[in-house]
Design a protein around this ligand. Structure first.
Ligand code: 9MJ
Length: 680
């Protein structure tokens, strides 16, 4: 470094520290300190210095996170302190037996007035275990667990993971520190990775754990760098320091103070009953977490007690994993049915041998479209892996080809609509195949009527799905307009329809005639026109006549409307059948006040995006949404940096945490009601 000017050295060190600090704020604390653009600027400056003075580059430089030269093979690494696995408990009884064994060994009494054993409860992350070695606070080696004694050197790959500190900060940094933890892929990253694989016609990953393992197994660390992996620390292997903590919990606190991410739900509790209580709480939250956990790990907190308890074979006696119900199961594909939706989309639905997975019994799963069937290479009779994680619908993740029976049958996509026999057509470049029958197709008529009557559309109370099916099958109605011609006598003859409910339904149909332009537009079922677009169209054009006459260019002038939606809108209103249905509805008395566009001009929340989360007590969610939309706000289901305001009721979960980390303003329901009152 002799020929590097002193001021450059100083600037370089300062930049590295700043980038490492900002990286920690962003990736570990979820609390960004500077805008991304400023971070990028600092990074470019660092790279400029390194290009000019390559000898500056050190292992802890943030520039090293992008990955480097590909390896030919991974070197082997011997773990000086063995990386242990955990014993499993599958029931409360097994957990109680764990505590009994511990207290026997420690000669503790479990009688009522005896002091309780303290445990640390940690969500069991479902990823890949790693060991990270720090010498004098600098990351020098990352390794997989392997067989617990010998693993593989994946240093280049772990350096690319942003929540892993390249250099530790804070006080009492140990001379030597080996941190153990889990590298995992959050759901959003997993979904994005698989969506990209589908788009490229490549194989998808079965679950986030396989995706994380696959990402770490890359010899080319540039590939790993492109995968949004995260790491949480949960224990320590080698440790040389003057200041040793006394408990596991203190050790986790020290790890956090040195820059590691510790799972946000870690808690210290006293006694096994409190462990059980923690388990029930986390089991309920499991679906709302944005990463997979497959159980809870309990660890005796006091490190001296851990030492006294020691190990059996490959697992410590002081820890146990209490497992959750599996999120993946194997079952059989019995049949595939083809359902026809409102827009004619023909969707293959898998009928499965019922299987208990992720806490519910699953007997159906969508197969999405013909491409998905081809990609999975699935046949009727196949054994399949079902995955249900988070609150998402169950998916067929994989076919177990080894178990394919001799009589497995190919799935044939129908050429004709299973409901009306019209040809099924697939537009070039579109994944979806559609029945070409339009409103001639019974399935499409039924779906169109169900949508029309639904709560957020015309809100016809008492007109449920089964009744719509019956009304269409019995040829009492053929379109949404026919609803307004129904007489109570026609209904009274139907199965399970009492006189009183017939009269109620006719009254509900009658009262649905008073609506708003936004709801009317939404209820027409125009492709891609949801509630929000319905509201946007109403606000922008003011009357149905203006929407009908709007040209593609005029529609595109509206900020939220893109070319695809504009095309669907224009096509819908060019179809004379649709125009005559609109006319018939108006003739039947369906009406709404035209939207006063001058009043619209003063919409106070125009341009803002609001998010409602948690439960609301004072008003319904639908009402809250209506009020916000009337004030010009867009109401979205997810929080991003662009969100203007979040209204959080009790039970708000990940959306609230995200809002807080992005520093989006949050108000509770009482504040929201107060705010609305000021807008009246
Ligand atoms: C996971 N997978 O989250 C341990 N783990 O501790 C946690 N795994 C573990 N702890 C000792 N939170 C061995 C494994």
């Amino acid at each position: 470094m002799a020929n590097i000017p002193e001021h450059v050295l100083q600037q370089y060190e300062r930049l590295k520290d700043e980038l490492n600090y900002n990286n920690h704020r962003y990736y570990v604390l979820d609390d960004p300190s500077i805008p991304d653009i400023e971070y990028d600027r600092q990074m470019r400056l660092l790279q400029t210095l390194e290009d000019e003075y390559p000898s500056l580059i050190t292992a802890d430089s943030p520039s090293q996170r992008v990955g480097g030269e590909a390896l030919v093979a991974f070197e082997q690494v011997r773990h000086d302190v063995a990386m242990l696995s955990l014993e499993n408990a599958f029931s409360s009884e097994e957990l109680e037996s764990f505590e009994r064994k511990i207290s026997d060994r420690l000669n503790y009494s479990l009688s009522q007035d005896a002091p309780l054993i303290d445990y640390v409860c940690e969500p069991k992350l479902d990823g890949v275990a790693v060991s990270l070695l720090y010498q004098s606070g600098v990351l020098v080696r990352g390794a997989t667990r392997g067989d617990g004694t010998v693993g593989e050197d994946i240093t280049n790959n772990v350096r690319t993971i942003k929540s892993i500190p390249l250099k530790l900060h804070g006080d009492n940094i140990p001379e030597l520190l080996e941190v153990r933890g889990e590298i995992y892929l959050p759901h959003a990253g997993f979904d994005a990775l698989n969506a990209a694989a589908v788009a490229a016609g490549e194989k998808t990953f079965v679950n986030p754990r396989n995706a994380a393992a696959g990402s770490l197994r890359q010899l080319d660390s540039k590939i790993t760098a492109g995968r949004p992996l995260e790491m949480c620390a949960y224990s320590v292997g080698q440790f040389q320091s003057d200041a040793a903590p006394e408990t596991h919990f203190q050790m986790l606190e020290s790890l956090a103070s040195w820059g590691f991410k510790i799972n946000e739900h870690v808690e210290r509790v006293s006694g096994i009953a409190a462990c059980e209580e923690y388990y029930s709480r986390m089991a309920q939250r499991r679906d709302s977490l944005n990463y997979d956990i497959d159980g809870i790990v309990y660890k005796v907190d006091v490190l001296k007690l851990q030492q006294r308890l020691g190990f059996v074979a490959k697992a410590p006696r002081w820890a146990i994993a209490r497992k959750f119900p599996a999120q993946e199961e194997i079952t059989r594909l019995l049949d595939v049915e083809f359902q026809v939706g409102r827009t004619g989309a023909v969707t293959p639905v898998a009928r499965l041998e019922p299987v208990f997975v992720g806490g519910v019994t699953v007997s159906n799963a969508t197969l999405h479209n013909a491409d998905e069937i081809e990609r999975l290479g699935i046949c009727i009779g196949d054994s399949v892996i079902i995955r249900r994680a988070g609150d998402v619908i169950p998916q067929i993740a994989k076919v177990v080809l080894e178990r394919r029976p001799a009589d497995a049958q190919e799935i044939v996509f129908p050429e004709h609509c299973p409901v009306c026999q019209s040809p099924v057509k697939r537009t070039e470049g579109e994944a979806v195949a559609r029945c070409s029958g339009g409103l001639f197709c019974g399935a499409q008529i039924k779906q169109a009527i169900k949508h029309f009557a639904s709560r957020k559309a015309m809100d016809i109370d008492g007109l449920g799905d089964k009744l719509v099916d019956l009304l269409v099958d019995q040829e009492i109605i053929f379109s949404v307009a026919d609803l307004y011609e129904i007489k109570a006598e026609q209904l009274a003859g139907l199965e399970r329809m009492a006189e009183k409910s017939a009269a109620n339904l006719v009254a509900a149909i009658e009262s649905s005639k008073q609506t708003s332009l936004a709801k009317f537009l939404y209820s027409l079922g125009i492709r891609e026109v949801g509630e929000t677009t319905g509201q946007t169209l109403a606000n922008s054009f003011g009357s149905i006549e203006a929407v009908i006459l709007a040209s593609t260019e005029q529609l595109l002038e509206v900020e939220e409307i893109g070319p695809v939606v504009a095309k669907h809108i224009v096509n819908f209103f060019r179809n004379p059948d649709n125009l005559s249905i609109i006319q018939a509805l108006r003739d039947a008395g369906v009406t709404w006040p035209d939207v006063d566009q001058r009043a619209q001009a003063s919409q106070p929340l125009k341009g803002q995006t609001w998010v409602l989360t948690g439960s609301l007590d004072i008003m319904s969610r639908a009402e809250a949404k209506d009020r916000l939309q009337a004030l010009g706000a867009k109401v979205s289901g997810s929080v991003s940096a662009k969100t203007s305001q979040v209204v959080a009721g009790p039970g708000a979960g990940s959306k609230l945490s995200k809002a807080e980390s992005l520093q989006v303003p949050v108000m509770d329901e009482a504040q929201f009601v107060e705010f609305l009152a000021t807008q009246d």
